[in-house]
Write a new protein. Structure first.
Length: 42
């Protein structure tokens, strides 16, 4: 038997594109540059 729980807000994780670099001193840095779907990044 199925029971309706009604409409509710939900947080759904999305894939992101993260770029990592190093500065002149060798310190690592990362930045989130895009939200997207798997089809959009291919």
């Amino acid at each position: 038997m199925m029971k309706s729980i009604g409409a509710k807000a939900a947080i759904i994780p999305c894939p992101v594109l993260v770029i990592g670099t190093y500065d002149e001193a060798g310190v690592p840095d990362a930045m989130n540059v895009a939200w997207g779907e798997g089809k959009a990044l291919m």
